[in-house]
Design a binder for this molecule. Sequence first.
Ligand code: KG4
Ligand code: ZN
Length: 345
Amino acid sequence: MLHKVNKDIIILGIESSCDDTSVSISRNNQILSNIISNQKVHVKYGGVVPELASREHQKNIIPTISLALKKANISKDQIDAIAFTRGPGLMGSLLVGASFAKSLSISLEKPLIEINHMEAHVLSNCIDDNPEFPFICLTVSGGHTQIVYVKDINSITVLGETLDDSAGETFDKCAKILGLSYPGGPEIEKKGINGNKFAFQFTFPKVDGLNFSFSGLKTNFMQLIQKNIVSNQSFIKDNLEDLCASIQYTIIQILISKFNIAIDKYKPRNIAISGGVSANQEFRESIKELDNKYNLKVLIPKKEYSTDNAAMIAIAGYYKYQQGLFTDLSTSVNPRYKLKKYKTI
Ligand code: KG4
Ligand code: ZN
């Protein structure tokens, strides 16, 4: 039950779990600003370099906070609380965001709220919306692939998750094999737009229940390239569009087939997606089709709230603020911060 607060609640949210420094200002469940400073420094390494990421966060965080306040037309004194990502994520990156959040909390004398990044991805579906509960959400990011049961704002539990690589990681690794830059998901999407998604078939993982596995698919993809490149040195170049369309289609089919099982089993009122991969247009369209199939409401966050952003941290903070769920200054970041597993009562 949410505690009613009779005034607008202004939250400053800070997200710094990986390679994007983001700051957002929310008023109730609306977003006034959401500034994201992308770190281009990692592109040439084909993946995130943790030491460089924390250094970039240090450089970016003050200008990002200033810009977020300016764009929202909010002064520091108007902020009711500061929310920050406690984990999961990279230790150094998390520390930069958490330290700034703590200093702001001390200097402004405003409460501090810690947020689980995976919970925030799910709650990105509550921005500008008040979805009915319960719903189940398929969160697909670079670090995680999980189906969660959202009983209410306070109860988000894991029904199934990947046993090895995440779907986002599979996009990134396959893109690397194809010589495309990081992050690979958007690159594969762009290159595959006119490709034939049925040109190449890959083995479908056999995993029981609602868990996923993607490492076999990545190996399968690599083997296909290695085999064909022997007889045709320019195999990748000649087939780039079809390879991209086919691997994207396979990843989406694996995700949706598990989601179907979860919907059949838990019969939710709404379903949702979240996380970086939910910015993928074909994935969004395939998920939208499930509304007719199951006669339920499909929640899909705006693309700017799908990939890492602080708006979702501010929104999660707004809900915690209403319940007085504040954090002690002694709290430490948790790179392996996990959501609880779903338990049948
Ligand atoms: O949620 P996110 O921004 O960061 C993490 O919490 O990990 O997700 C990043 C992941 C990367 O693997 C990236 O390749 C993937 O999301 N991604 C996409 C797209 N945009 C980002 N994958 C497929 N299609 C996209 N358009
Ligand atoms: Zn994320």
